[in-house]
Design a protein around this ligand. Sequence first.
Ligand code: ADP
Ligand code: MG
Length: 541
Amino acid sequence: MTDNVLIKKLKALITIRVIFVTLLLGSFFLLQVGYGSFPHPRATSNLIIALYILTIVYSVLLGRIKIYVVLAYAQLFIDVFATNMLIYLTGGIESWFSFIMPLTVISASVVLNRRAGYVIATLNSILYGTMIDLQYYNLLPIEYSTTLTERDFLYNIFAHMSAFYLVAFLSGYLSSRLEKTAKALEQTDFNLKELALFNKEIIENIPSGIFTTDINGDILVFNKAAEDITGVGRGTAKGKKIDEIFPFINPPDSASLKEGGRGLTERMEGVIRHPEEGERIINLVISVLKGVVGEETGFIGIFQDLTHFKKMEAEMKQKEKWAMIGELSANIAHEIRNPLASLKGSVEMLRENRVTEEHKGRLTEIALTEMERLNKIITDFLTYSRPRAAEFNIFDLNLVLDDTLELLKNTVPVRNDITIRKNFIGTLPVNADHQKLRQVFWNLGMNAIEAMPDGGELLVSTKKGDDFVEVVFQDTGVGISKENIGKIFYPFFTTKEEGTGLGLAIAYRIIEEHKGEISIVSDPGEGTVFKVIIPNGNGRS
Ligand code: ADP
Ligand code: MG
């Protein structure tokens, strides 16, 4: 027990005693009780007055004496003596005041501790027991009723002593309980304070900006990072509404967050104006703040400054773009140079007069084919790099496939070692650009045929899903090696002597434009499966 607590208890003891003695004294004089029956009425009143004076002495001593335990014991001892004196003066065994003794025991347990309670109980037992004994043997000048026997005296002592110890036990138990609870509470209080401090430190030192607002959007908490990122001091921030600092937040209301269906949380990105550093891009997550019983008390937001990151990202993208353009240009140059070289060769030879008529015809033929090839490369490249905008119409995809396959058959009539089979079910209505899809299927079909130089079979099948359609081109050709499979959609990637490498790049673009997917399964020597999935466009406007 600390001195402070003891002083408080001593003061309480003194105060209670004053009240008690005052009541006793007051009633004693006012009502003139006991003047007839008490053996020593005058002495009794003197005792009460003495107690009163003692109280004043205690109060003075409390300011002087520093060993409070001694002071407490002294007071308790004097209380016991005074009580016994009062009992003695008011008739010993016949006194009305024996009830005060248990009160001194209680005071001892409460003011000091359990042990003090037992000490005071023992002191009371000794004093009271001796007094009653002496009274019985008529060694004290107090009379008692002749009807009282020896057994009455013994019983009286026994009853009082058991009461003292019982009270000492009970009050000691209670006060030690109280003390333990108080200690536990103090510890809990300390822990809570520690926790609060810890939380505060975390919030202050976390590198993300954090704010909280009340339900109206008025800012309550604004951490250090929040100040740094926004350039607004917390003093200023605390008087503001959240959308004054983050204009891209609609004045928050939980209803809109709830409608979002994202568990009362919304992620957003926006721009704020930093007073010194200008525009900053902010990434922010805002959630509803809930109180202990789950009621909505406001909002909490956590945000980061993405400005630097975004700038870096943009720079990277720009660099990538230039690199791609560079690569593309190199590829185009390469593709164009080959036919140009043979064109140049043919024309140079034609210029010389020595060539025969027959030779002239062949050279002209070559020149024309090479020009044709140049034209095709450029047309394909333009289709890839500057595609015409898609025109969506509803049509039966099976019919378009039919057309395309027919065209393919006519293009390769000489290749009678290749069979083209189809497996269509019913109709396949889609909302798409039929010309563009025709081009996709043509490219896939041509690739399949080119992949089967020694003949084979191309199987084209279609399937209808819930909200998509599926077209599969399966060939028994040479297949694609593992290292090439990742590159076949790159523009200009080709493994063919006469190839442009644009067919699949164009197909990929078109399927992407239709929000579909194109995937491949292939093993060298085992053939290749191209699967195209496009949404059937029921939901498309
Ligand atoms: P190109 O046909 O002009 O070479 P593509 O973009 O159409 O260009 O095809 C790129 C490459 O993908 C082809 O050169 C070929 O190596 C590979 N490829 C495409 N389809 C098939 C297929 N069905 N079987 C095997 N290889 C294929
Ligand atoms: Mg091709």
